[in-house]
Write a protein that binds this ligand. Structure first.
Ligand SMILES: Cc1cc2nc3c(=O)[nH]c(=O)nc-3n(C[C@H](O)[C@H](O)[C@H](O)COP(=O)(O)O)c2cc1C
Length: 328
């Protein structure tokens, strides 16, 4: 399939694997890139720029296809050494960066000077337009359904994507709630140039996370996610568990007085415990409503082939079949 996204990134299928803390290691990024999509290493999962450099080298050993790095700008006071992370990316020969969290404006000169293509992930048309204005090459538009941080506008993709298509000149991918060929074809119909998936890629053979995480995703339904940290304007969609329910109780009790410290036990240091140790109740971890559409744990290749084959069927048979035959 050829879209502006496949052209921009030099990939065969318009499917991106979004950055995911403690999931986006070299194994997954390489598997997605080898299967024709764009795999992304999650930069900050590597605790130092030196470790990121090693992870990039590991990924390069596993694939000759293009892959990228996600750089998430955190809402914390003590920020990670982003310039050093960018240096590791540039020196590692990576030419695609997914930015997220906040505007990448401060880092655009360094990224552009190194010839890096930047795709910024955002949750609103205004932020997408800002990304376009500061020179991003593409955006990933994350609807309210998404796993992780959907922002504070609560705008589902059925509205957000066509609005983005109306306003943007640069290509964009649909993100949030994307799982299969139906998602891809719908995203294209709504004006996107491809799709970005997070939760779906966690439940694959190559995702280097504990089996309990994959099993929890397969077992969950679309009713099993919760929004947390809204009171801190840092809303996150997570899979429910006993810690998340406790977190929500604390949020209700504290109301407008809620401070980050009140919920630190439920959100800090959770990812290694969940993703590596399989402690499913350790705390809040990102997960999209799309869990309701995930019923198996295929290899990345099987997943991508299935999506592309079924997308072709959907377009050439189901959709074109609705058209009345031309009058002879
Ligand atoms: C377990 C998990 C961890 C995530 N961590 C990050 C992250 O560190 N940085 C980031 O930009 N997005 C992160 N995301 C968001 C994804 O990149 C993607 O935007 C989102 O999952 C799309 O929604 P979906 O889950 O419905 O596909 C994470 C998502 C999940 C499921």
């Amino acid at each position: 399939m050829k879209t502006r996204i496949t052209e921009l990134f030099g990939i065969r299928h318009p499917i991106i694997q979004g950055g995911m803390h403690y999931v986006g290691f070299a194994e997954l990024a390489a598997a997605v890139s080898n299967a024709g999509g764009l795999g992304l290493i999650t930069g900050l999962t590597q605790r130092t720029p030196e470790l990121l450099a090693k992870e990039i080298a590991r990924c390069r050993d596993m694939t000759d296809e293009p892959f990228g790095v996600n750089l998430t700008f955190l809402p914390t006071l003590s920020s990670p050494p982003y310039p050093e992370y960018i240096a590791a990316i540039v020196e590692g020969g990576v030419r695609i960066v997914e930015t997220a969290g906040r505007s990448p404006e401060a880092y655009m000169p360094a990224l552009k000077k190194a010839g890096i293509k930047v795709i910024h992930k955002c949750t609103s048309v205004r932020h997408a337009l800002k990304a376009e204005a500061i020179g991003c090459d593409a955006v990933s538009v994350d609807g309210f359904e998404c796993g992780g941080h959907p922002g504070e506008d609560d705008m589902p993709n059925m509205i957000l994507l066509p609005r983005a298509a109306e306003e943007l000149k640069i290509p964009f991918v649909a993100s949030g709630g994307m799982a299969d060929a139906r998602s891809l074809v719908a995203a294209l119909a709504l004006g996107a140039d491809g799709m970005n998936m997070g939760t779906r890629f966690v439940a694959t053979q190559e995702a280097p996370v504990h089996q309990n995480v994959k099993d929890a995703i397969v077992a969950a339904t679309e009713l099993d996610t919760r929004l947390v940290m809204r009171g801190l304007r840092n809303t996150e969609r997570v899979l429910t568990n006993s810690s998340v329910e406790q977190l929500i109780r604390i949020e209700k009790e504290k109301g407008a007085d809620l401070k980050f410290d009140d919920i630190i036990d439920q959100v800090a240091g959770v990812y290694p415990r969940v993703m590596l140790q399989g402690e499913m109740d350790a705390g809040a971890w990102s997960c999209g409503m799309v869990v309701g559409l995930i019923n198996d744990i295929p290899t990345v290749q099987e997943l991508m082939d299935r999506i592309m084959d079924e997308a072709e069927q959907l377009i050439t048979r189901r959709l074109s079949g609705f058209l009345e035959p031309a009058l002879a």
